[in-house]
Write a new protein. Structure first.
Lengths: 322, 329
């Protein structure tokens, strides 16, 4: 494997990892506050459809992004209502929302555009176009780092950089702010937060909203950044891979970055059977590489690589003592 | 009592009679969905053509999950629909068990052979159509490297790939064909993001014409090919219009004709294996205003000559599904 091929695979890795990373951070906020969310997939789908549709209608990808976030946040509110206000089962609410999203996105897109549940192909300003970072041309001549900067780091759409910036922001918010402390506490021991006079309900709603915003960005990236429009079931299970990454990352932001990049790398590698054969001297079946993220997650869950302990109050609706 | 019996009998006969007289045909779409701009949509086009011509009506159903197949078939058969047409190989096993239970209903299955007396099995010679677009690809390619992106890794898609490679090699024996499959689960038909990345990976390996036989995933392939300035080849329906001037051609699989013929035949549908080959205009390549500028007279002449030879039996295109191997890589 030569350097140019490696760069190309890393470039693909970044594109594959970005929706996973955004969804993983989204899940992190929700689960850290004690609300399990397996509806990441549905939120991404909803955001993809909303952003694709509105970008096509308005001709502006930014309005599309807002609409995508709006669609995703709407689902978050429903999830919040079901699992926070009405204290329903969080897993069931998440599964239900996934099913609703799968059907509703196609239905809405079909009735709007009559293109078989797709949104019309986007062109020009209705899509996120690649951003060329400064100094690409001057740095390109620098050995090793130059091509890496030009090929892998530069040339992605805005949302990719937003996703990577979201990692330190999440870390800072979670570990360096009062809000973060309370958020972590509410996921571990909501009674103590309540005793301190902080509203558990409001904290959890805030967390679920942030989840909606991040999932909205993930869906919008897929529909308007990676693709030129929404297509039926286009998330193809990435919401679930993001959940696996979240467990693999043990609910920590920097680990989430590593986990999603690793999973993205496996997916990118799976596209190049020729490279695998050339590097390892034997052919690894593509399905084996596709399954690797899940296998790794099971290994982590089984406790072979440290221990993955979910937030203690996760999955339990909070009931104030009467 | 006897009067009652007679009355009931008459009513039953009447019910049966009306049932037979108003037996609407039915069409079941596979998981790709009715408007996949490809395989299932072609079936819809055929049904629509029949409606426009006869003014009749038909029942239709879209599969949402694997588990629904048997129930859907039985429901339609019991409602009196005749004939029932279904798109997709995945119905094969289910139909094999359901068909004997409804001997008076005619079934037609596309892309699969089901050996039952009341079933018409429509098979297409995709290898011949793919052979032709392979020849196109090899002639349009400047780098001598072309690509193939399949959907789910099943023998049917390998049949497309094998015919394509044979066509490419027939024009340029030294050409390199990069082959990728999107996945091994049904979600491989609806993953345009992965389709895009596969396209980019193939471009980086030098491919400048890419043939997508991947359902909804193919939308991503065609999009990225257009964005990156290389040519793509569509499949099943004519997809040239998706990116005018960027899609070299489309391998046509006339599922619409198959559905139209079945609907037209009604309950007199002939059963058995029905082969839609190049000769029967079951497969072919698309030429319209959108790709006219891309296809030179020379290319067209070469491909048409090969098509004539295939029809005459002078060229035999190997069918992957006959022995599950492909003579060329």
């Amino acid at each position: 494997m030569d350097y140019a091929t490696l760069l190309q695979i890393l470039d693909t890795t970044v594109r594959f990892a970005t929706p996973l990373l955004l969804a993983c951070l989204a899940g992190l906020f929700s689960e850290r506050s004690g609300i399990f969310d397996i509806g990441l997939e549905g939120k991404m789908l909803m955001a993809g459809m909303a952003s694709g549709a509105v970008a096509a209608l308005s001709g502006s990808v930014w309005i599309g992004l807002l609409a995508g976030i709006g669609g995703s946040v709407l689902f978050s509110i429903v999830h919040g209502l079901a699992s926070i206000t009405f204290r329903g089962n969080q897993l069931i609410s998440g599964v239900a929302l996934n099913f609703v999203a799968s059907g509703a996105t196609v239905l809405v897109a079909q009735s709007l555009f009559h293109q078989g549940g797709r949104t019309p192909p986007l062109t020009g300003d209705a899509r996120f176009n690649p951003v060329t970072l400064p100094f690409v041309d001057t740095l390109r001549e620098v050995p090793l780092i130059g091509p890496f900067y030009a090929e892998v780091i530069s040339g992605h759409s805005f949302l990719v950089y937003a996703a990577f910036v979201a990692v330190p922001l999440t870390w800072w918010a979670l570990y360096r702010t009062r809000f973060g402390l309370r958020l972590r506490a509410v996921g571990e021991n909501p009674e103590s937060v309540d005793t301190a006079g902080v509203s558990v309900i409001r904290l959890r709603y805030t967390a679920v909203m942030i989840t909606g915003i991040l999932c909205g960005m993930a869906g919008a990236y897929m529909a308007t950044g990676l693709q030129a429009g929404f297509g039926k079931e286009m998330t193809a299970g990435r919401g679930y891979i993001a959940l696996a990454a979240l467990i693999f990352a043990k609910w920590r932001p920097w680990y989430a970055l590593m986990a999603t990049l690793l999973f993205g790398f496996f997916q990118a590698l799976a596209l190049r059977p020729d490279v695998i054969e050339g590097t390892f001297g034997m052919a690894i079946p593509v399905p084996a590489l596709d399954a690797l993220p899940y296998i790794l997650t099971v290994i982590v869950l089984a406790g072979f690589v440290g221990r993955a302990i979910p937030p203690r109050a996760g999955g339990q609706p909070y009931v104030k003592e009467r | 009592m006897t009067l009652m019996k007679q009355f009931l009998g008459a009513a039953a006969t009447l019910a049966l009679f009306t049932g037979a007289a108003f037996a609407d045909p039915a069409l079941i779409y596979d998981l790709g969905g009715k408007f996949d701009k490809s395989f299932n949509e072609a079936a819809y086009t055929g049904a629509k053509k029949w409606v426009d011509e006869t003014g009749g009506s038909y029942k239709e159903l879209e599969m949402q999950s694997e588990a629904q197949r048997e129930q859907a078939l039985r429901r339609l058969a019991e409602s009196g629909a005749n004939p029932i047409v279904m798109t997709g190989f995945a119905f094969g096993d289910v139909l094999n068990t359901v068909a004997p239970d409804y001997p008076d209903t005619k079934f037609a299955i596309i892309d699969m052979v089901v050996d039952q007396p009341n079933v018409r099995s429509v098979v297409f010679t995709e290898e011949q159509g793919s052979f032709l677009v392979g020849m196109m690809a090899a002639q349009a390619s400047k780098t001598g490297t072309v690509g193939f992106i399949g959907g789910m890794d099943i023998p049917l898609i390998r049949k497309f790939a094998c015919g394509y490679v044979q066509g490419v090699k027939a024009v340029n024996p030294d050409a390199k064909v990069i082959q990728n499959m999107t996945g091994t689960t049904p979600s491989a038909w609806n993953d345009p993001v992965k389709g895009s990345e596969l396209t980019k990976a193939q471009i980086s390996q030098g491919a400048d014409v890419i043939y997508a036989a991947a359902g909804g995933t193919g939308i991503g392939v065609l999009q990225t090919a257009a964005d990156e300035g290389i040519l793509s080849i569509g499949v099943d329906s004519n997809q040239n219009y998706l990116h005018p001037g960027k899609v070299l051609t489309s391998m046509l699989k006339r599922v619409d004709n198959a559905v139209y013929e079945a609907f037209k035949a009604g309950d007199t549908l002939e059963t058995g294996i029905h082969v839609m080959d190049l000769k029967a205009e079951g497969v072919g390549y698309a030429l319209d205003d959108d790709n006219a500028a891309l296809i030179t007279d020379e290319m067209k002449a070469t491909v048409d000559a090969a098509a004539a030879k295939i029809i005459a039996g002078e060229i035999t295109v190997h069918d992957y599904m006959s022995d599950n191997t492909c003579p060329v890589e």
